[in-house]
Design a binder for this molecule. Structure first.
Ligand code: BES
Ligand code: ZN
Length: 457
């Protein structure tokens, strides 16, 4: 019988076929039209977890999408790793920009193209296959493992927070292992030790009781689209500084040591610009691109609508305008506090010629993980060994809201061992994931379980 690493090499084709089956399920959590498919993805994973031999495989109902848990805990004196992942995906929209169908996995140049390939089906599936490599070869699992897979990460993990609060005992562990981030560069194993938080808002501006002829009424009636643009323009100044009073009050400043660590990372602004097809970079004055994109808070319009969007011209003064605005947060900003500051500020600058309403969507707290944690050291060793390269530690700009709750509620650190790349096009058309990284990811996970007991302090 082969050992786990050999088993992974011998079965990589089968693992890929299984992953592709999962990628064919359009489990878009934000869209109620896809509710049944989100469950189908959960059912698929439930079968997988049962089939590889885990215990207590359970699908838990929530007011939203189900949560899947499972475990195999053969030891009383070894660490317990809780593996977290999400089986929901972002919408594939805009569909016409996909070169191959978003839910028909297609392999090109060693990469699989499909929505969710990297974020997070391919990455989280790697851990299931890693556990399988122990159980199917009859090799004793070196540590205890538990799984928690959710279907609402892309919509803020609202139902997962109460779930972990209610199931503290069942989820008790020494660390959480998550692969839902990106490596710093191709073939460069990287561990993420910081994530930004999020506050997501929606602004609604309402003017006249119906759309109006812009010639007959324009000039005498306030235009909600114009007002919305004025409001948005007042959210930041020309140096990229956010103008909401109190916004920066709790921002932890970057220390000289942190700034040195940023400078030491292999990054090239020219290449970054080129890869994105940009003429010039932009951001908060006084900070580098890497700092701006991971250690500084931001404010961005994510959606904007009003007036006529069809072909040609229509002379109309729209009755309504709206925008979705997200703010990425850094330690020690609090999403609820920031949402309130945003709402107060927008309301305070709104003219009384229209009505302006501000609504808060989901949020999440920022996190920074202690680099001295023994689990992180074991992860770095395993990652470095499989990739045959020293691991880099970096902070990232994206958010995984539940990470802060794992710390707060379960009292444990998360190890963010991402196998993705920034070129994977997460949330964009033509998302993809390197099949080589899928393979190396499975091997890294198995290696991590193997060496973790030696690192316990
Ligand atoms: N996998 C991402 C987060 C991520 C991507 C972190 C790349 C670091 C690097 C995750 O699935 C995600 O997109 N999260 C959302 C959370 C939000 C909806 C609350 C995000 O960051 O927009
Ligand atoms: Zn995502």
């Amino acid at each position: 019988m082969s050992d786990p690493q050999e088993y992974i090499d011998q079965n990589i084709q089968k693992f890929q076929d299984e992953l592709f089956e999962l990628l064919r399920i359009p489990s878009v959590s934000t869209d109620s039209k896809h509710k049944a498919e989100v469950r189908k993805a959960a059912d698929f994973l439930k079968n997988q977890l049962q089939e590889i031999g885990l215990h207590n495989v359970t699908l838990h109902e929530t007011p939203g999408h189900p949560i899947l848990t499972a475990e195999k805990c053969p030891h009383t004196d070894r660490p317990t790793v809780l593996i977290y992942g999400h089986y929901d995906v972002q919408p594939s929209d805009p569909d016409h920009l996909w070169k191959t169908p978003p839910f028909e996995p297609t392999v090109k140049n060693g990469r699989v193209y499909a929505r969710g390939a990297s974020d997070d089906k391919g990455q989280s599936f790697a851990h299931i296959k890693s556990v399988e490599s122990y159980l199917k070869t009859g090799t004793e699992l070196p540590v205890n493992v538990k799984f928690i897979l959710e279907g609402e990460e892309e919509i803020g993990s609202t139902n997962l927070v109460p779930f972990i609060k209610k199931n503290i005992e069942q989820l008790s562990c020494d660390m959480v292992l998550i692969s839902d981030t990106a490596m710093f560069a191709k073939d460069q194993p990287s561990i993420t030790y910081g994530l930004r938080g999020l506050a997501y808002m929606e602004i609604h501006v309402t003017g006249p009781n119906r759309d109006l002829h812009s010639g007959v009424f324009g000039g005498a009636v306030e235009n909600p689209a114009n007002v919305l643009c004025e409001i948005i323009a007042k959210l930041k100044d020309e140096d990229g500084v956010i103008q909401i009073p109190g916004f920066y009050d709790d921002v932890e400043p970057l220390t000289p040591e942190m700034r040195e660590a940023y400078k030491a990372l292999p990054h090239n602004d020219e290449a970054y610009k080129e890869e994105l097809g940009l003429k010039a970079l932009h951001g908060e004055k006084g900070y580098s691109s890497l700092e701006r994109a991971s250690a500084r808070p931001t404010l961005d319009v994510n959606g904007l609508w009003s007036g006529y969007q069809g072909e040609g011209a229509k002379t109309v003064l729209p009755a309504k305008a709206g925008a979705k605005v997200s703010m990425r947060l850094v330690p020690d900003q609090d999403p609820d506090k920031i949402s309130k500051l945003f709402a107060d500020y927008v309301t305070s600058i709104a003219p009384d010629t229209v009505s302006v309403e501000v609504e808060a969507h989901h949020g999440g707290y920022p996190v920074v993980i202690d680099l001295d944690f023994y689990g992180l050291k074991a992860a770095a060793k395993a990652f470095g060994e499989i990739y045959d390269k020293e691991v880099l530690f970096s902070r990232e700009g994206g958010s995984i809201p539940i990470v802060a709750d794992f710390k707060k509620v379960l009292g444990v650190n998360s190890i963010l061992m991402g196998f993705g790349l920034t070129i994977d096009a997460l949330h964009s058309p033509n998302e993809s994931f390197s099949l080589k990284d899928f393979h190396r990811g499975i091997k890294t996970s198995a290696k991590f379980f193997e060496i973790l007991p030696d690192f316990v302090e």
